[in-house]
Design a protein around this ligand. Structure first.
Ligand SMILES: [Mn+2]
Length: 316
């Protein structure tokens, strides 16, 4: 469900100024920051920004505090979090998972006028929204694990996931197997049942060992990652052709490989990468008729929009 602030963009910002007497320096600072943001971004109400794969709470993520993301909200009226914002799957530290869930659900709706969470395979049960049409249907936003029948072809979990998905799809009436929402419901159910791996390991050395074991072994894994990267633009184009014929852009994450790929079908895949090293991420900014892909820079412990990688015309 989209998390909406109760009032419109500007009202919400003004509201921060009407607080009763300033009791503390902290509150004063908050007001000052809100004022700065408001002044810096007078035309903000138009901007929709899409991010993905923050993986908050996972040690592989560069995000250790959600506040590090704040500069990415400057001037943003609608923030779309395109899956894997956190890991809600069963793990060995349920209290940590619950804390991440609470922190994420409170933070984004408080910081941005409108925020929409879409599900990914790591946060399959966090939101009932699995995709979103933007720019009048020209831009289709989806996490992207549905591009692969086993969600994560590079992972040791792939055979198990592939088997469960095949079983569940087989159990659906034949006419629903290719219905996007029914398929996604199956993908989400299966994803939510797969336990976390190294993501939740607390001990540093054990974490490193498990991370390497999950990521670099067996050696065929590298080949599987490259293969998945190679297939992704085509899979995105096929998905759009089948389910969103009017879409000219698919915005996805999931593979952690940021970039822009035009395809022969006329659909362009934009991947927003992730907040994990080594490849980092991008944000997709939509304003009237224009789509801008920007690198996300990580400087002095904060994330902010950086160099423009592509400016694309959405309408017409
Ligand atoms: Mn993912």
């Amino acid at each position: 469900m989209p998390h909406r602030a109760p009032t419109a963009v500007t009202d919400r910002r003004y509201k921060q100024f009407d607080v009763a007497p300033i009791h503390s320096l902290r509150r004063f600072r908050r007001c000052a920051t809100a004022a700065q943001r408001f002044l810096r971004s007078p035309v903000s109400s138009q901007l929709t920004r899409v991010l993905s794969d923050i993986h908050f709470g996972d040690r592989a993520s560069r995000v250790s505090r959600l506040a590090q993301l704040r500069p990415l909200f400057d001037g943003v009226a609608h923030l779309v979090l395109n899956g894997d914002t956190l890991d809600t799957r069963p793990g060995p530290r349920p209290a940590h998972t619950a804390e991440c869930r609470r922190a994420v659900s409170e933070f984004f709706p408080r910081e941005v006028a409108t925020s929409t969470f879409l599900s990914g395979n790591h946060d399959a049960d966090f939101t009932p929204l699995h995709h979103l049409d933007l720019a009048g249907g020209r831009v289709f936003t989806i996490h992207g694990d549905i591009f692969f029948d086993d969600i994560v072809p590079w992972s040791a979990d792939a055979p198990l996931i592939g088997r469960r998905i095949a079983e569940e799809l087989h159990a659906l009436p034949a006419e629903l197997r290719h219905d996007l929402n029914h398929r996604l419901a199956v993908f989400r159910r299966v994803a939510a049942s797969i336990p976390q791996r190294h993501q939740s390991e607390k001990h540093s050395l054990k974490y490193l060992f498990r991370y390497l074991a999950d990521t670099a072994w067996p050696p065929t894994r590298v080949w599987r990652i490259l293969r998945a990267w190679q297939l992704t633009p085509q899979r995105a184009a096929e998905l759009a052709r089948r389910h969103r014929p009017a879409a000219r852009f698919v915005v996805a994450g999931h593979t952690h490989r940021p970039g822009v790929w035009p395809t022969a079908q006329g659909v362009t895949l934009i991947n927003t990468g992730s907040f994990c090293p080594p490849l980092g991420g991008t944000c997709v900014d939509l304003t009237d008729g224009q789509l801008v892909v920007r690198r996300i820079d990580f400087r002095r412990g904060e994330f902010r929009p950086g160099e423009i990688m592509a400016t694309l015309k959405v309408s017409g």
